[in-house]
Design a protein around this ligand. Sequence first.
Ligand code: DGL
Length: 274
Amino acid sequence: MSDPRAIGVFDSGMGGLTVLRALEARLPEERFLYLGDTARLPYGTKSGDTVAAYALQATRLLVSCDVKLIVIACNTASAVALTALMPAFAPTPVIGVVEPGAAAGVAATRNRRIGVLATEGTVRGGAYVRAIHALDAGIEVCQQPCQLFVALAEEGWGEGEIAEAAARAYVTPLFGGPDAPDTLVLGCTHFPVLSAAIARAAAPGVSLVDSAVTAAESVADALLREGLASSGAQGARTRFLATDAPERFARVGGVFLGRRIEADDVELVDLGAA
Ligand code: DGL
């Protein structure tokens, strides 16, 4: 059996393209439909109820496009909406990125101290602390909200003086004492584009992990388990939807995806009706 339908992936904006990049690499036979809710970004400063409502609309739109599995490539939305979306859209599997990110952090730490860099909303809800403690209750977790990283990433400013200064302001204080973490989880899908600046602001030798590769593994497992895998993509492999400024999405999105996005491949959609 081969299921040629696309996998739906969504984020508040372009950050989820860092997850799509790992999905494309891990699952070369699959097709993808990516939705960036660029009209309503950022999600990280909004209330949990608002983000959950946005995530429901994004999922509805992707399901109406006949996707076979949904990846919530946004930690902020995964943290508040995953448990409601999974039963609501069954049997379509819905996979979030917080558990995969937590698993990557737990696998990487040696001193059992993990720092989580995330949006204000993800930090406020404590989803990473719970997910890490579900795997190993003895790990110490410190959280740092880094909301400005989202704006810098969307601006295409993942490198340079401003990114370095922001990383120093947010990250360096975590390494002031003897209880410093040896692992930082990039708990927002926008943050991997700032990873060089974050690594320089952290103590030498600190491991930086994110959820992209582990999330792609979870998707691969789910496709096999549910009998949804494709044996060969037909036609265009990846299509993009954005709720605002599709030309900007195409111009800046390549930084996150690691390859060029053509303006003609990005379609404007309205989630208000979803
Ligand atoms: N990329 C998102 C995340 O992983 C959200 C960023 C935002 O919209 O604030 O949390």
